[in-house]
Design a protein around this ligand. Structure first.
Ligand SMILES: *Cc1c(COP(=O)(O)O)cnc(C)c1O
Length: 243
């Protein structure tokens, strides 16, 4: 899905309605799960250009997620050129080490740390900028090799060392389900992420791991039922914009 439609009054209206609907659905899912409405929505803007992303910010979504660093750079630059206040940018996809230097100053959060090497590079850049970057470590609980993220064992080793890095604040885990449509199996995978986080929290008593970034348009309800604190919603926010 790549939406190239120009930004108009009509797209602004549709995006505002989508944002209202999604925030309402997330609140409902919290209520259904017996949780306070403490779940933050990361609006995933990877499907659209900066003009439509800007309309989502205007609708009230102040955290935008991109999975490709170059697209994040491009949108950030556009917001600067237009003198619009930047949303808080979250990187939710793989980052190569040679892109850490350019990316770090632009982001407020990194969801998808998938190796100790990238953690070290981000920490070095953060220290250089006298900043401390909140990060999540991406775990793959699906036993699907095509999926990104660390296995539970790799995660243990990575976490132990990442906790020592001065430029990073390790806040929790990020994961994707292999069942994007939701349902019972997605929920089982999200439950496994939560259990893993709980186990790590007791293995590493100095760690503070309150955050679970899990759930997308098709499975955010299951993720919220299993303790997600951040959901990454893309498609649902752009419903009706394509045509
Ligand atoms: C695209 C993407 C999302 C959003 O997915 P939708 O199904 O469009 O809501 C969430 N997380 C990651 C890592 C993504 O790449």
């Amino acid at each position: 899905m790549e939406i190239t439609r120009p930004a108009t009054e009509q797209t602004a209206q549709l995006i505002a309605e989508n944002w209202q609907r999604v925030t309402h659905q997330v609140a409902e899912a919290c209520q259904h799960a017996g949780r306070k409405n403490e779940v933050r929505i990361v609006g995933v803007s990877k499907y659209v250009g900066p003009e439509l992303a800007r309309q989502l910010v205007e609708a009230g979504c102040h955290v935008l997620g991109e999975n490709r660093p170059q697209q994040l750079w491009a949108k950030h630059e556009w917001f600067s050129q237009q003198s619009f206040e930047q949303p808080t940018w979250h990187l939710i996809g793989h980052l190569q080490r040679n892109k850490a230097r350019r990316t770090l100053p632009l982001i407020g959060y990194m969801h998808s740390v998938d190796s100790l090497r990238i953690a070290q590079s981000l920490s070095e850049e953060a220290v250089r900028m006298e900043k401390r970057l909140p990060i999540l470590i991406e775990v793959n609980v699906t036993r699907d090799d095509s999926k990104t993220g660390l296995s539970a064992d790799e995660l243990r080793a990575c976490l132990g060392q990442a906790l020592e890095l001065p430029g990073l604040d390790v806040r929790g885990l990020m994961a994707m389900s292999s069942h994007f449509g939701g349902g019972h199996l997605a929920r089982k995978e999200f439950a496994e992420v939560r259990r893993l986080r709980d186990a790590l929290a007791s293995e590493f008593p100095t760690a503070h791991l309150p955050e679970l970034s899990m759930g997308m348009s098709g499975d955010f309800r299951e993720a919220i039922a299993e303790g997600a604190t951040m959901v990454r919603i893309g498609s649902h926010l752009w419903d009706g914009i394509e045509g």
